[in-house]
Design a protein around this ligand. Structure first.
Ligand code: PMP
Length: 430
């Protein structure tokens, strides 16, 4: 008899005891019971190469022994107090974030998720500017609370039937299907200029902040062209609007640099982080320049935010990323994987576009008429899973294959993945 209850019993309990919005991947899902660096194992001991990392979370690998050791030591010593008492890991982590984040970002507030980080960043921007409106990008995703869901520009994730007002959307830099019907580079970054039109024609002019992911994750690995964010920042500075960069999915080496906004040479006023910061322990944070951060002086607290265990896990994660040069590794392995995907694109017309930076890559799968091939993507994910590879999917048409593996993955793993994908594409997409 197996020691595990198995997928069928999990599905039964899930149906009976969990709110049905919590959905899962796969027609025939497995029970995951163990993880080790880039690998996951199911109830039967089958090994999977994890190429999604729990959605950009375990950048340093599953149950990374160096990080786990630090977590265990901290759990046995002091698990929780709350920010009303003084402890050391939280301030050391804040200091480390000031060092690794770009520009003048310096002061941090800790919470427990990416959603909370964005919610807090919005509050801070409001306090600093005394303005109340926001601008966000179509196809962005910023969370699942009332405000952050209202800032989200993907219909599928906007469940709330009464979203918050005062939020305006600008077209995103989706060059493969340009929302303005233009082509890059002849467009001369017209989508960035559209932000000025939104400010002038849709808002009262009293805008607190512009929210954007440097690369839109759930939106389909939408990767703006060079120069885009520089133009955006110029416009925002002209109107006194803060730039909030949501690095929840892109941060901590994923794209080949510590933070994806560094590819674009701009410094945000506020940066939000979560996911990979704790390598799987629940931590979120927003970091701002001292000038912006110092506007938030009334008492604020988060019971679990930056508690000794998550702060220790995060410190161990930052150390591991640094000591093992994982951002550079992501750049190198990402270039290898991107080239491999582009080669597959030559042979498989179903791959309409390959995009992304570092180990945050997407392949948009299309039908012969160019429309979204969501069913093919589901079949590819299922087939790859059966062959022992887990990849993700995203995009409004759910037709973008997402490759976001732990950054400790090996080149030979990626070579095997490309072979398996080649086979799946040949079998499914015709
Ligand atoms: N921002 C981005 C860019 C995200 O991808 C996500 C989650 N997918 C969130 C915010 C919300 O993070 P969390 O699930 O930790 O609340």
């Amino acid at each position: 008899m197996s020691q595990f209850i198995g997928p069928e019993e999990i599905l039964r309990k899930k149906k009976e005891y969990m709110i049905p919005c919590v959905y899962h991947f796969f027609q025939e899902p497995m029970q995951l019971v163990r993880g080790s660096m880039q690998h996951l194992y199911d109830q039967n001991g089958k090994e999977y190469l994890d190429c999604f990392a729990g959605v950009s979370v375990v950048n340093c690998g599953h149950c990374n022994p160096d990080i786990t050791k630090e977590i265990c030591k901290q759990v046995e010593t002091l698990q929780h107090t709350c920010t009303i008492y003084l402890t050391e890991p939280i301030v050391n982590l804040a200091e480390s974030l000031a060092q690794v984040t770009p520009g003048e970002l310096q002061k941090t507030f800790f919470c427990s998720s990416g959603t909370e980080a964005n919610e807090g960043a919005a509050l801070l921007a409001t306090l600093h500017t005394n303005h109340h409106e926001f601008i966000a990008l179509r196809q962005g995703l910023h969370g699942r609370t009332k405000l952050t869901m209202s800032l989200t520009g993907i219909g599928m994730w906007r469940t709330d039937p009464s979203p918050v007002g005062g939020i305006h959307f600008a077209p995103n830099a989706y060059c493969y299907r340009c929302p303005l019907g233009k082509r890059h580079p002849e467009c001369n970054l017209a989508c960035a200029d559209e932000i000025e039109n939104v400010i002038k024609f849709s808002t009262s002019g009293q805008v607190a902040a512009f929210f954007a992911e440097p690369i839109q994750g759930n939106g389909g690995i939408i990767t703006p062209p060079a120069g885009y964010f520089q133009r955006v920042k110029e416009i925002l500075d002209h109107y006194g609007i803060l730039l909030v960069m949501d690095e929840v999915q892109t941060g901590f080496g994923r794209t080949g640099k510590w933070f994806a906004c560094e590819h674009y040479g701009i410094n945000p006023d506020i940066m939000t982080m979560a996911k990979a910061l704790g390598n799987g322990t629940p931590v979120g944070a927003f970091t701002a320049t001292a000038a912006v951060a110092d506007s938030y002086t009334r008492p604020g607290a988060s019971t679990l935010g930056g508690n000794p265990v998550t702060a220790t896990a995060s410190l161990a994660t930052l150390r591991y990323l640094k000591e093992h040069n994982l951002p550079e590794r992501a750049a190198k392995l990402g270039a290898y994987l991107k080239k491999g995907l582009q080669e597959l694109q030559q042979r498989h017309p179903a791959i309409g576009d390959v995009r992304g930076l570092g180990l945050m890559l997407g392949a948009e799968i299309i039908l012969p008429d160019g429309s979204a091939a969501g069913d093919w993507v589901d079949a590819i994910l299922e087939d790859l899973k059966n062959k022992g590879f887990l990849i993700g999917k995203n995009g409004p048409g759910r037709n973008v294959l997402a490759f976001q593996p732990p950054l400790v993955i090996e080149e030979r793993d990626l070579a095997r993945l490309l072979d398996a994908l080649d086979d799946s594409l040949a079998k499914i997409c015709s």
